[in-house]
Design a protein around this ligand. Structure first.
Ligand code: CP
Length: 324
């Protein structure tokens, strides 16, 4: 991955105070706040690449990760992010918690709130559940993905990855391909990239486009060749079987034939276009394994940027909480 422009690791204390208490939706952020988080994350890349990956600005703070849906990347990178900043990090396993005995989300929130955490990082299968929870607790809340609504730290890490590979964001064309209808990643990316003056396109079969897509500031394509022409970035999305997207296509084989990213389809994008995927990836469904593992793929860079972005978000939100 190209080196980023930031100098040596330094304190994030020279950034102006971050005025948001929670991170629920990209729609809540102003352009300068998005850029602030990306710039903070640049500093965090330096910390994460040091031998001693520690910058304990959050020493004494408590972070609870509360995941009601499975996660590999997001939960582990929030845990690593909190620990690199010196916070006490607790992972709540929903399967072994009282949620599995019928406790409501609000009661769970009240219980955790009584333990005086500084931040709750929450993933939930229902759109809006994380915002509801944020209204019931006294600490900061970060949305780690709520249903098909939003996944704000994914969009931030995607933007950071693109900026570091392309040296800029404004003026680029990003094509987001696949299960747009069920994707919180697509929604957060469309909002964030739009706020930073990036041209976006979505490409999907009609059945995997959400109602009202024409009202979003994006170009809509159902044909991969047309949609990928001239793209600087090709972002592939997973078919979300847990949200029944498999029923919206005739067969996985046919989907791969028309929408799976292979060498021929990637050839329609710019010759230096990068390939992204938020993971988890279904090889042979939305992407040819050879493309996923090729030099054009920046998928593992996205994972590295995920830790940096989550460090930046925690660093930005927690001081704001103290000043409230
Ligand atoms: N991209 C993403 O959210 O991955 P996980 O589901 O593994 O957290």
């Amino acid at each position: 991955m190209p080196q980023h422009s930031s100098s040596a690791a330094g304190s994030s204390g020279d950034f102006p105070p971050f005025r948001q208490r929670h991170l629920i939706s990209i729609a809540d952020l102003k352009q300068h706040e998005i850029i602030d988080l990306l710039d903070r994350a640049e500093r965090m890349i330096d910390i994460s690449r040091q031998e001693r990956k520690s910058h304990p600005t959050l020493a004494g703070k408590t972070q609870i990760n509360l995941f009601f849906e499975p996660s590999t990347r997001t939960q582990s990178s929030f845990e690593i992010a909190g620990k690199r900043l010196g916070a006490l990090v607790v992972n709540m396993s929903v399967k072994t918690s009282s949620v599995s005995k019928g406790e409501t989300l609000v009661d769970t929130a009240a219980t955790l709130n009584a333990m005086r955490p500084d931040v709750l990082v929450v993933r939930h299968g229902a759109a809006g559940a994380v915002e509801l929870l944020s209204q019931k607790v006294g600490c900061s809340v970060v949305n780690a993905g709520d249903g098909a609504h939003e996944h704000p730290t994914q969009a931030l890490l995607d933007a950071l990855t693109i900026r570091n590979h392309k040296g800029m964001l404004a003026g680029l064309t990003v094509a987001i391909c696949g299960d747009i209808a069920n994707s919180r990643v697509a929604r957060s990316n469309l909002l964030l990239l739009g706020a930073l003056n990036v041209r976006t396109r979505v490409i999907a079969p009609r059945t995997l486009l959400p109602a009202g897509i024409e009202n979003l500031a994006t170009e809509v394509f159902t044909d991969m060749e047309e949609g990928l022409k001239g793209a600087d970035v090709v972002m592939m999305l997973r078919l979300q079987h847990e949200r029944a997207s498999g029923k919206m296509i005739p067969s996985v084989r046919e989907y791969y034939r028309f929408y799976g990213l292979d060498a021929q389809k990637l050839g329609w994008a710019k010759p230096d276009a990068i390939v992204m995927h938020p993971g988890p990836m279904n090889r042979g469904v939305e992407i040819d394994p050879a493309i996923a593992d090729s030099e054009r793929s920046v998928i593992t860079d996205q994972v590295e940027m995920g830790v940096a972005v989550r460090m930046a978000v925690l660093d930005a939100l927690l001081p704001a909480r103290n000043q409230a």
